[in-house]
Write a protein that binds this ligand. Structure first.
Ligand SMILES: Nc1ncnc2c1ncn2[C@@H]1O[C@H](COP(=O)(O)OP(=O)(O)OP(=O)(O)O)[C@@H](O)[C@H]1O
Ligand SMILES: [Mg+2]
Length: 251
């Protein structure tokens, strides 16, 4: 990837599920270090866009370039290597409840570890200090050996964040990372995501329903509506009228 090149670039991307169009002719570039909020009504295509950026979906038409590579042209191993450089956080945390925190955090290594090493680590946890340091960054160092199902939602989202820190990706995608959290926990996770991405110069793209956090925590806001980009603006240029149009009922 040449310096100054986008981390994510979508060129004329359309995505259909069966007959229904989820995204339509999307053109978009996201550059290293940007902090971008994706907002828009339910069904607008936010999660689809995030899944296209992490390669768990390939576009029906058009091209998705990540770190200078067209994902549709990568073979399985090359795709996996590119995916290892992109960390994703989900609304439902996607942790394994029956495992201890350290194993959930160490799952951030899975793209790099051999199957045997991963299996060994389930019995004798490896890289404990890395996991501990990542948990310390999210304020959870003392929970290293807690079982995941003993944690609150806010704590689980912190564990998910520690897993992404261990993965050490170039970019973090977060799909409604605060949708399952109360207002105070939401603010904490928003602060953590913003500060960690800023401190480590990791690109951050986050879909959100809470428009106020898009305003307070992100530099750029992309408004999606019915599978199209309604606006893509620096946050300080997003007006109340633009938000009203975005969430307006009907067509
Ligand atoms: N796996 C799927 N199979 C079929 N249709 C899907 C699938 N995933 C999404 N869709 C459809 O694609 C469109 C966009 O969905 P998407 O989940 O990207 O929206 P969203 O903006 O993330 O919505 P929400 O805010 O509710 O999470 C919707 O019409 C949805 O019904
Ligand atoms: Mg969604």
């Amino acid at each position: 990837m040449s310096p100054g090149a986008p981390i994510f670039e979508l060129k004329g991307v359309t995505h259909q599920f069966g007959g229904s169009v989820a995204l339509s002719d999307i053109n978009l570039q996201i550059y290293p270090g940007e902090q971008v909020a994706l907002i828009g009504p339910s069904g607008a295509g936010k999660s689809t866009l995030i899944r296209l950026c992490n390669g768990t979906l390939l576009p029906s038409q058009g091209e998705v370039w990540v770190l200078g590579q067209n994902l549709s042209h990568l073979r399985t191993e090359a795709l996996r290597q590119t995916q290892q450089k992109i960390g994703t956080i989900y609304q439902q945390f996607q942790l394994v409840d029956s495992l201890r925190v350290i194993h959930n955090v160490n799952a951030g290594h899975l793209g790099r570890w051999s199957f045997f090493k991963a299996l060994t680590s389930l019995v004798w946890p490896l890289e404990v200090e890395t996991a501990r340091a990542a948990l310390a960054q999210v304020g959870m160092a003392e929970k290293l050996y807690a079982r995941n199902d003993e944690l609150s939602g806010g704590q689980q989202q912190r564990v998910a964040l520690a897993r992404v820190l261990v993965q050490d990706p170039l970019a973090i995608l977060a799909d409604e990372p605060i949708a399952s959290l109360d207002p105070e926990r939401s603010r904490e996770i928003m602060d953590l995501l913003r500060d960690l991405s800023a401190k480590t110069a990791k690109t951050l793209v986050s879909s959100l329903h809470a428009v106020e956090f898009a305003h307070s925590h992100y530099q750029r806001v992309i408004g999606l509506r019915q599978g199209r980009i309604l606006f893509d603006s620096p946050t300080d240029q997003v007006s109340a009228g633009m938000i009203e149009d975005l969430y307006r009922l009907g067509r």
